[in-house]
Design a protein. Structure first.
Length: 691
């Protein structure tokens, strides 16, 4: 078996021969470059292949079959090193000179042009990719497909710039390394060109046309290829991606898993196709609410891609982003943030920077900050992502949806529901335009719109959008899927807002049953269901049950977001009221003090949320006849109102009058009169009489 040293010695001997253009030199260069390529050392291989290409250009001509193969190989090595502009330049120069190519080089030229189209596809340059794809099909005499391509090109201006709507990058049907080249017939390049054309259909949202193209290739591939052949695996994975985009979620996942198993058995783990299949399957599982299994799959894909590519390669960075999203779904914010920080740095180091992928990574990082309650960081990161996407993408590109939803969630967290609704509504319109009104991709945005409608107390809109989301998810995933339970939790919140606690409890029980039967349940999703069940039980005066459910909810939330996160406040408030209703005043006071501390730390001293906790503490001290503390808490509550609303706001007067009534009921007339006078003074100063 050849070793690196023996190949280096062979190359040195060939270089020492008298004839500089000796064929043995080309063979030695190719063997050593192949050795480095097989061991994933593209930098070393690139130097040798560049020398090989130069030698063949001088001795055999620039359009000779072997010269074109070497050029394609060199372009692929530049691409694997992240030097996309250099790869683009090489293939562009070839495309400009290959109109009158000899018949013996047609297949090599077709492979290079296919590679050129794929490079532009990856970079979001769909118009040039379409033109190159049509050249390949014409070159290989595929008249019917050329006509189909022409119909796509007739509206080329409407092709969306940026990454097409797919889970991962499209797969190539062959390698550009001559050592791995398929049998030289025109057929593999035809299949590859058809795949590229179908990918353009996907970029336009024309999923039926893309599905037909991939099925055609799959039928032909199954007739002539072994079950584990990479070209056949490509067809399975491409078809699975299109099924996913057309809303056939479960069929897509099964098909992808089948393709990965076949590929792994036939090729082994460390192959780009296996990595891509695992990444696709991990993304499907993550979208399906199965973050734990998604994490395992994406870690395997990342391990393979790190072995195959440099650390700053686009595919490595993209897989890191997907893994971080899975970690975030599992509540591991620190790990997700660290991974996304590294990914942002990797994208920023690229020359040129892949701004589309950078924007997606920034958006994911914005959600990490948002979930952790770091709103200023979330705003800065999401706005940066939005600025890049507005500059690089068409106005209605579906990649804007995630960023718009992130900005909507940020405004909802900041208690700006009207602004949040505007962002979510824009995201919904873009998704409908890209996928249609019945696609399951709409459901996440609909759920967020439902939450905003509940915050705005617009119960009619909340019911409309949540019913639509529930129908879409039940239709696409079945009645017992965990993502159905996610919508049910919001439906339970709606029932509570409508004053129907018994119905809310029934909805919560159904959601909890789905999660209990599921192999994977995101902790925060279960916490939302527990919140519905606990609040329903409290309103139905089932205090023991309400207390138990609330404690479970708090434990789940604290495990994920920590003990000082703003999302704990509703559960803390409910627990305090439950303790007080059961006559357990000491436990209730502890909970109220905890809620006030969390509110002031997470939201600041001037936020309205803390007012309710301080007011409840004042009431509790009054009930316990701790009058000195009562006075302190009442004054503190009034000062909090003044900080939030202004010294002479009506809300301050209302708070003073409320305390006056409580004090009068406790027969503390002197203090009650003082609070009443202060309230009247504020009301008088705010009363303007027009003469």
């Amino acid at each position: 078996m050849a070793t690196e040293q023996s190949l280096i010695d062979e190359l040195a001997a060939a270089r020492n021969r008298p004839l500089a253009n000796d064929p043995q030199l080309a063979a030695a260069l190719q063997r050593l470059a192949r050795w480095y390529s097989e061991r994933r050392q593209p930098g070393r291989a690139r130097v040798l292949v560049q020398e090989l290409w130069t030698l063949q250009s001088q001795t055999q001509g620039e359009l000779h079959e072997s010269t074109i193969d070497s050029l394609s190989w060199l372009a692929s090595l530049f691409a694997s090193l992240g030097k996309l502009d250099r790869a683009d330049q090489l293939l562009s120069d070839l495309a400009a000179r290959c109109d009158n190519v000899a018949s013996g080089s047609v297949n090599a030229v077709a492979a290079a042009l296919n590679q050129f189209a794929e490079l532009h596809y990856h970079r979001g340059q769909f118009d040039s990719a379409l033109a190159t794809c049509r050249r390949v099909l014409t070159l290989l005499g595929e008249g019917d497909v050329v006509a189909d391509a022409a119909s796509v090109g007739s509206d080329a201006g409407s092709i969306r710039h940026g990454e097409p709507r797919r889970v991962d990058a499209p797969v190539r049907t062959s390698s550009t390394d001559p050592s791995a080249a398929p049998t030289r017939t025109s057929h593999p390049q035809l299949v590859r060109a058809r795949n590229n054309l179908a990918a353009l259909h996907v970029a336009r949202g024309e999923y039926d046309q893309a599905r037909r193209a991939f099925i055609r290739n799959l039928r032909e591939a199954r007739q002539r290829l072994a079950p584990g052949d990479p070209a056949l695996i490509v067809q399975w994975m491409n078809l699975a991606s299109v099924l996913r985009l057309s809303g056939q979620i479960q069929q897509s996942e099964r098909l992808t898993a089948r393709a990965v198993r076949k590929c792994q058995r036939a090729i082994g783990w460390y192959h780009p196709l296996v990595a891509q299949g695992l990444a696709n399957l991990g993304a499907y599982r993550l979208q399906g609410g199965r973050a734990e299994s998604a994490k395992a799959l994406l870690r395997k894909a990342l391990k393979i891609r790190r072995r195959l590519h440099p650390a700053e390669h686009t595919l490595v960075a993209r897989t890191q982003r997907q893994l971080a999203e899975a970690l975030l779904a599992l509540g591991k914010h620190g790990a997700a943030e660290r991974l996304l920080d590294r990914t942002v740095i990797a994208f920023e180091k690229q020359q040129p920077v892949d701004e589309i992928q950078l924007a997606l990574t920034l958006c994911s990082l914005g959600f990490v900050y948002l979930t952790a309650g770091r709103h200023a960081n979330a705003e800065r990161t999401l706005n940066r992502a939005h600025e890049i996407q507005q500059r690089r993408l068409a106005p209605h590109d579906p990649q804007l949806v995630q960023t718009l939803n992130g900005l909507g969630c940020l405004n909802a967290a900041r208690l700006n529901p009207d602004v949040a609704r505007t962002f979510h509504q824009r995201a919904l319109e873009m998704t409908e335009q890209s996928f249609g009104a019945e696609h399951p991709e709409l459901t996440k945005t609909l759920v967020w719109l439902g939450e905003v409608a509940l915050a705005r107390t617009d119960l009619a809109e909340a019911k409309r959008v949540l019913d639509r989301a529930l129908t879409l998810r039940e239709k696409s995933l079945g009645n017992e899927h965990p993502l159905v339970a996610e919508v049910l939790a919001r439906c339970g919140q709606l029932a509570l807002a409508e004053g129907q606690p018994a119905r809310a409890l029934s909805i919560g029980a159904r959601a909890m049953s789905i999660y209990n039967l599921s192999k994977e349940c995101p902790p925060l999703a279960m916490a939302d269901v527990l919140a519905v069940a606990a609040e329903s039980s409290r309103r139905l005066q089932r205090m023991t049950q309400a207390e138990s459910l609330t404690i479970q909810e708090l434990a789940l939330r604290e495990k994920v977001v920590g003990a000082e996160h703003v999302s704990l406040l509703p559960a803390i408030k409910r627990l305090a009221h439950t303790h007080l209703a059961r006559g357990r005043h000491a436990e209730g006071e502890v909970a109220l003090r905890l809620g006030l501390a969390v509110s002031e730390k997470a939201l600041g001293m001037s936020h309205t949320t803390g007012i309710k906790f301080a007011e409840s503490l004042a009431r509790l001290c009054l009930v316990k006849k701790r009058y000195d503390e009562t006075d302190q808490w009442m004054e503190r509550t009034v000062k909090m109102c003044q900080r939030c609303y202004g010294n002479e706001a009506d809300q301050v007067a209302d708070t003073l009058l409320g305390f006056s009534g409580l004090l009068r009921a406790a027969q503390l007339e002197s203090k009650a009169d003082e609070f009443e006078r202060r309230a009247i003074d504020i009301r008088n100063r705010n009363c303007h009489v027009l003469l």
